[in-house]
Design a protein around this ligand. Sequence first.
Ligand code: MG
Length: 453
Amino acid sequence: MSAEEPKKQLFGTNGVRGVIGESMNPTLAMKIGLSLGTIRKGKLAVGMDTRTSGPALINAVKAGILAAGCDVVDLGVLPTPALQYIIKKYYDGGAMITASHNPPEYNGIKIIDADGTEMDDASTIELEKVLFSESYTIRDWKNVGTESSAHERINEYIDGIVAQFPKADKEYVIAADPGSGPACLTTPVILTKLGCKVHTVNGNCDGRFPGRLPEPSAEGLKALSELVVSTGAEFGIAHDGDADRAVFVDDKGEYVEENEEFALMLMYLAKNRKDKREGVVVTPVSTSFIAEAVAEKINCRTVYTKVGSIYVARKMLELEAKGENVVFGGEGNGGLIYPNHQHCRDGGMSAAAMLALISSEGKKLSELRKELPPRHMLREKIYTKNAAEVLKKTEAAFAGDRLDRTDGIRINRDGMWALIRPSGTEPFMRLFVEAKTKEEAEKFCNEIKSRIE
Ligand code: MG
């Protein structure tokens, strides 16, 4: 048998993350900078979210990159998709200092490639190899990198989004909760430039996150819901800690579940696509069937990937390279990818796209939600130390169903589906079950649990 394929050890699906002062610290950040500067050439851009630990980490990453001989451009505080957009336009790669949706005590580092996508598994393994063996290049005085800053480039990201959409047909009122993260500098500006009147809550950059946690959960967005209702806004938008994700509350102040958000955006993008050939939508196997149901109605095919936005982004690029008409991609967690703009999750694009949807359909968001097929999703955990055994049992027990082995096992039946897959980090398996009604979902869920226990 061949040797086992090398795997990433330090980096997860979204970079390296840890609690500051424990597993994440400036020493590690500098080593990551050194390793990145060793395996890459040219000018690398760095940026950060609003966390209190950001300045210490970004300076450490910069020190490493410079010492290894690459130049550094500091883009300051900005959303992850803004950094990705600017890197794709101008630079040879870079790093984002962020812990995304994690609480304030966390921080982390995401590595971005020259094409603006997150670094792929092969390059990440190469970077880890340099890091673990401490085989980085440290240049002499004539060959160290030079540093500059370009904080104003965030405006190019804003203008790049605004240019994609028509100005709204009237002055819509919108409520925004950037969650004290870097979207404070972008989302209200994007919506204002598109002709909206914007009210904000948690609208000042603050890495202590005094108003709510960086994860935009329904419970955390009470203030946004109240703002929507009190101002008569069309919708409310909120972001996670680095604004690659966006979630919404409708005009009634109700949280829009993220799979519904996915389906609604798909509806807008697919209807308005310029290329009228069959469209392709790319999403992980964990996404609701309503996405596929909406896609079918507007002549789009759904392609499923492993769970993780990077797999979605890379699949979109691969299909485009084959000449396919890829119209949309993303995850059912508010991380949506607009291929006309760039191949990464982009919360600022979601703000503008939601406005365009409302204005082109001429309907309230709460009305549009009612047009989606009925559904009920259950999310459970199955505690086990032997995930492989559970998967084997599942495969045998459900051999009569249509099984998809892209990531874990997805069991497809008419009008319902379930996904069982190991957690990447903890001793349990995630079980998603979805059907048209709560009763059907519960029945299917119980059937799965009883047949694999
Ligand atoms: Mg994020």
